[in-house]
Ligand binder design. Structure first.
Ligand code: MG
Length: 363
């Protein structure tokens, strides 16, 4: 009989948080909700800790810290969006908690520091592509890996090469063809910046060089990602586009939870297509790769500038194509630095302030 796993959810009212609650509810013999944070909406749950508010509020931060370092807590699901997730993740890692990570920004900003703090236990990915790669790598040796291949649905605009990206509306950008997600990651899927961030995320999670990580467009989103090995073997993981599967895998590892989701029906899948990524029309992946190569605070600048630019787009202040232009110009203006955690957080603050100040001229 396995002991009940005491789970904390940071961000229980978001899309990943609610699906995590669903996975816990369906596996009461293994999983127990120990604590959660919720935003303005209530998650309507009883737990040892129910913390309402926003990161940055002193009382909220102190209580979250107490919750994630509580000796009874086993695993922390990090599902608050953006840079705000970094501090509580580091606190949980320092208390030697297992992390199930949905917030890729944590690894984009501070991947080296986070992986070092995680030690041999590593980080369990919830991002569907990284969950797929993780599964492909179970039982494999690192020397056997030649290449990680991250699949991209392409977002709503990839299949419309004649569409003028300057004219795209917020409604069009939020209309993702396959996955139902929050607005930030949905816009990131439309710019392909989501894949840029995922390349950096994979680099840190699996310790594979940036140049050995590719992105391929796969509109059906049935293959969640692949790993190519030195002998020419290619492993893929397939599943329905349902985040409860990667969540179940991250919570139950190394076991698998029975009937987490229905398997894909191969006869109904139809043709599976794979296309190269057009990096001229969608330069986000190249930009992210370059920032990660240059290192220091640059990935944090990329991430923060993107977050602010997406907000500006959602508020109707800049055009869709202005998002990537903003990120590019902010990276160009960055003076450097950001080798330690404080420097990374400073790079993040600088980037946000720069985008806000220059919003008018960065259109
Ligand atoms: Mg993903």
């Amino acid at each position: 009989m396995t002991r009940l796993l005491n789970i904390v959810i940071l961000g229980a009212t978001g899309s990943i948080g609610r699906q995590t609650l669903d996975v816990i509810d369906r596996n009461p013999e293994r999983l127990r909700l120990f604590g959660l944070t919720e935003g303005r909406r209530s998650a309507s749950r009883h737990a040892e800790y129910v913390i309402q508010g926003q990161a940055g509020e002193p009382d909220f931060d102190a209580r979250v810290n107490e919750m994630v370092t509580d000796p009874r807590c086993d695993l922390v699901v990090v599902a608050i969006p953006g840079a705000r997730a970094l501090a509580p993740t580091m606190a949980a890692l320092e208390a030697e908690k297992q992390i199930a990570l949905a917030t890729k920004e944590v690894l984009v900003m501070a991947g080296a520091l986070v992986m070092k703090a995680a030690g041999a236990g590593g980080i369990r990915p919830i991002d569907s592509e990284h969950s797929a790669i993780w599964q492909c790598l179970w039982g494999e040796r690192k020397e056997s890996i030649r290449r990680l291949i991250i699949t991209a649905s392409g977002g709503p605009f990839w299949a419309h090469p004649d569409l003028d990206l300057d004219q795209v509306t917020v409604e069009q950008a939020l209309n993702h063809p396959r996955w139902s997600m929050g607005p930030k990651v949905t816009v990131d899927s439309a710019t392909l910046m989501n894949k840029g961030l995922e390349v950096i995320e994979a680099h840190h999670l699996f310790g594979v060089p940036l140049n050995n990580i590719s992105v391929v467009v796969h509109p059906q989103s049935a293959v969640h990602s692949l790993v190519e090995f030195v002998d020419g073997s290619l492993k893929a993981q397939l599943g329905r586009p349902d985040m409860r599967l990667p969540i179940s895998i991250a919570l139950a590892f190394p076991d698998r939870l029975a009937d987490a989701i229905p398997p894909p029906n191969l006869e109904e899948l139809g043709p599976l297509e794979f296309y190269p990524l057009d990096e001229t029309r969608f330069p986000a992946v190249r930009l992210a790769r370059r920032a990660a190569h240059a290192g220091g605070g640059r990935p944090a600048v990329l991430n923060a500038a993107n977050e602010e630019a997406v907000n500006a787009f959602l508020a109707g202040e800049i055009p869709f194509s202005g998002i990537i232009r903003t990120v590019e110009r902010t990276l160009e203006a960055f003076a450097g630095g950001g080798e330690d955690l404080e420097g990374i957080l400073e790079a993040d603050r600088w980037s946000r302030a720069y985008v806000k100040e220059t919003r008018g001229i960065l259109r």
